[in-house]
Design a protein around this ligand. Structure first.
Ligand code: 5GP
Length: 127
């Protein structure tokens, strides 16, 4: 089945410049900006500029150039925030929610980078 991308999603509108964002990094294929409702002292969203819905969509259909650009961008942000463990940083968590079970709010692939407080265990049992 083909992936269906909604051009009206909020991140598509950010990429078109229709909605402002607090940019952290802007490269040829990737944009990173601060989350509007941060869940930790640092909460950055990293998105590809291409029309991808989820990680699996990006992984299967993005070009190697886009994938390398995205991955290096996440690494650069970790380095610039000084959060890389082994490099003197405190560590961080990467999260990418997908679809209904993942409770994805915005249907444009994005990676959350969270850090700046103890983040607790990865998952809690559902209520
Ligand atoms: P998801 O639940 O899809 O993984 O995460 C979507 C994230 O996008 C949420 O953390 C939410 O706070 C953030 N978000 C939603 N709308 C906007 C917006 O207009 N600007 C920014 N910067 N973040 C947004």
């Amino acid at each position: 089945m083909a992936y269906v991308y909604d051009d009206q999603n909020i991140f598509a509108r950010i990429l078109r410049g229709e909605i402002p964002n607090d940019t952290v990094l802007d490269t040829a294929h990737t944009l990173a900006f601060n989350d509007i409702a941060p869940q930790a002292p640092h909460h950055v969203l990293v998105i590809p500029k291409g029309r991808y819905v989820t990680f699996d969509h990006f992984a299967s259909e993005a070009s190697e150039t886009e994938i390398v650009d995205f991955t290096r961008s996440v690494g650069r942000i970790c380095a610039e925030l000084g959060i890389a463990p082994g490099q003197g940083g405190e560590g961080y968590r990467l999260i990418s929610n997908a679809g209904e079970a993942g409770v994805q709010e915005v249907p444009h692939y994005h990676m959350h980078i969270l850090t700046g407080r103890p983040l607790g265990r990865m998952l809690k049992k559902a209520d």
